[in-house]
Design a protein around this ligand. Sequence first.
Ligand SMILES: Cc1cc2nc3c(=O)[nH]c(=O)nc-3n(C[C@H](O)[C@H](O)[C@H](O)COP(=O)(O)O)c2cc1C
Length: 193
Amino acid sequence: MDILAICGSPRKHMTTHSVLQAVLDGAGRSHEIIWPAFMKIGHCISCQACKYKTPGKCWQDDDMTAALEKMFEAKALIIASPTYFGNVPGPLKNFIDRSVPTCHTGKGETYLAAEGHGTRPFKGQPAFIIAVSGGADHEKAAANIRLVLDYYEYAVVGEFAEGMGGVVVTKEEFPDIYSELFALGKKFCQAIS
Ligand SMILES: Cc1cc2nc3c(=O)[nH]c(=O)nc-3n(C[C@H](O)[C@H](O)[C@H](O)COP(=O)(O)O)c2cc1C
C-alpha cells in the first residue's frame, strides 16, 4: 500500500470522504482509507508505558495496533478531517494521541527539537492535509493537523482547506472542484517514491 488515508469524518460518502476520494483518484496509487470513528480506540492515558516500560508498544489491545502497522507500511499519509469547533473530531484526535508509540520504537532518526521525544520513523515521508468545514475555521483544523505532521517530521507537500457548505464532491456535479482536487492528488503522487 502506497498511501494510508486517515478519514476523520464519522460519515462515509459525505464531504470529507468525497474530497479525499478525489485526491486519491488523482494520486492513482494503491491506498487504504481507515476511519477512526468506526474503530475501537481507547484514549491515551499518558502512562508513558510506550516510552519506558514496553518501548514502542501501548498496553491497550485495540484497533490501534493494526493501524500503527499500516502507518509503518505506507509510503505516504493523508489526514482528512471535517472541522469540529475549529479542530478535528474526537475520534481522530484520539487516533493522533494514540500514535505516540511510533516515537519510541527506536526506528528512524532522533528527534532533535526537544530531548527525550524519541525517534521519527516517518521523517521526510510525503503527507497531505485535508480539512473541510461548513464555512469557517477549516484553516484552524488544518493548522492543527499540520502541527502533528510537523511533530512527526512528515514532509507536508499539499493541503486542501475549504469551507464546503456540505457539498459532496463528484466529477459530475462539481467538475471544477473535482479537477482541482484531482490535480492536487496527482502532484502529491509525484512526491511519493
Ligand atoms: C460537532 C460539529 C462541530 C462543527 N464545527 C464546525 C465549525 O467549527 N466550523 C464550521 O464551519 N463547520 C463546523 N461543522 C460542520 C462540519 O465541519 C461540516 O459539515 C463538514 O462538511 C462535515 O464533514 P462530513 O460531511 O465529512 O461529515 C461542525 C459540525 C459538527 C457535527
